[in-house]
Design a protein around this ligand. Structure first.
Ligand SMILES: *Cc1c(COP(=O)(O)O)cnc(C)c1O
Length: 394
């Protein structure tokens, strides 16, 4: 920032200015990308005393510091620090490893991102950490599932692929009353649209691969922590030797600068396409919490200040062949995993097999859309051709 601000800054302004030290970088707007392992000390005495601002590439560089500061500034409030991780999943597993160990118990929402479940069923089970999955709609009743050895409650809202909304303040209160921490996967809303720390979250996770990067060209994740959880988080990151490549850190920082305008467009276009799909005769339901018809809308309205471009639909019963005909006809929707980039995407999904606390029975085929930055009229026209192909294929 050129000069210290005179009034508290709004999130959009912080996105542009946070973590920038133009004075310290010879006036250049952006920080340099330090490709670094060894850091040289001026004297033997300094080396033995570890007397230097930077110690080693893995422990932090001016590039990682700029990104951490920017993310911390965006998070604001009770955020005491941020850890940078090589992917969103690494951010999730590292946050979990920092709060639970052998003999502990954790509660995880049944609507969780599936690889998070795989981590609990694999590494955590092997370590002797027990996981109980809970109905995402539980709210304060989560208290009944909290045992003396429960260390943490993991929330994600809206739910991965299925978009259930969780009452996070109620869950956080129940968890804290019984001494458990609250971890959240906040990838969908980002700190711009959901202020995790103000709602009682202790560790807030983002897959930076999605909206922070924004261009489908990096893998990156981050965990924001409050003062209570930061030391264990940082210690876990250091002892596991986790760090992010300098070019990906730079691209994450660059993506962050435009995340505000991108999200506003994803929000607006996503809602327009969702509403249009809701009016189609082939569609039974649209799973998008910002729509008034959504069962989670009240919670979304109370706790969130925006929606991103990701939502799902339930089709009326249709043959597999006709659903594939719809997908294959689309020219502007790529079929691929991940999301949050500038481009629109669609995938066919099914949560039936792996839900354990709740039953997934939507009553028809389910598709997840990511609405990108294209002109919405073009996207709708493309979807229209898809529905024509669907009808022709029956
Ligand atoms: C994609 C995603 C992740 C994992 O991010 P990666 O960078 O792909 O590891 C985690 N949580 C949610 C909700 C995601 O959509």
């Amino acid at each position: 920032m050129a000069k210290p601000p005179k009034t508290p800054l709004k999130p959009e302004t912080r996105l542009v200015n946070a973590g920038r030290d133009s004075q310290g970088q010879h006036g250049f707007v952006n920080p340099p990308v330090y490709h670094a392992s060894t850091v040289l000390y001026p004297t033997g005495e300094d080396q033995v005393a570890h007397r230097a601002r930077y110690q080693y590439g893995r422990r932090g560089t001016p590039t990682s510091e700029a990104l951490e500061n920017a993310l911390m500034d965006l998070e604001g409030g009770d955020c005491a620090g941020v850890a940078l991780l090589p992917s969103g999943l690494a951010a999730i597993s590292t946050a979990l490893l920092s709060v639970a160990g052998s003999g502990d118990h954790i509660l995880v929402t049944d609507s969780i991102y599936r690889p998070t479940r795989n981590f609990c069923e694999g590494v955590f089970k092997r370590m002797g950490v027990e996981t109980t999955y809970y109905d995402p709609l539980l709210g304060a009743d989560i208290a009944k599932l909290i045992k003396p050895k429960t260390r943490a409650v993991f929330v994600e809202a809206p739910g991965s692929q299925s978009f259930e909304m969780q009452d996070i303040p109620a869950i956080a209160k129940a968890a804290h009353d019984k001494g458990a921490l609250v971890l959240m996967d906040n990838t969908w809303a980002t700190p711009l649209y959901f202020r995790a720390f103000e709602k009682g979250v202790d560790l807030s996770i983002q897959a930076g691969t999605k909206y922070i990067g924004g261009h489908s060209d990096i893998m990156f994740g981050c965990v924001s922590a409050n003062a209570k959880t930061l030391p264990a988080l940082k210690n876990t990151v250091y002892t596991m030797g986790l760090c992010v490549g300098p070019d990906d850190m730079y691209l994450a920082l660059r993506g962050l600068r435009t995340m505000g305008v991108r999200l506003a467009r994803h929000n607006e276009s996503g809602l327009r396409v969702a509403r249009w799909l809701g009016g189609r005769p082939e569609v039974a339901r649209v799973l998008h919490p910002a729509l008034a018809s959504d069962p989670g809308h009240k919670i979304w309205q109370r706790d969130f200040s925006g929606a991103s471009g990701l939502f799902s639909i339930v089709l009326k019963p249709a043959s597999e062949k006709s659903v594939y005909a719809f997908m294959n006809e689309l020219a502007l929707f790529g079929m691929g995993y991940s999301w949050g980039g500038f481009e629109s995407l669609v995938i066919l999904f099914d949560c039936t097999e792996y839900r354990t606390a709740t039953k997934w029975a939507p009553g028809g085929p389910t598709l997840r859309f990511h609405i990108g930055l294209e002109d919405v009229d073009d996207l709708i026209a493309d979807l229209e051709t898809g529905f024509k192909a669907m009808a022709a294929a029956k």
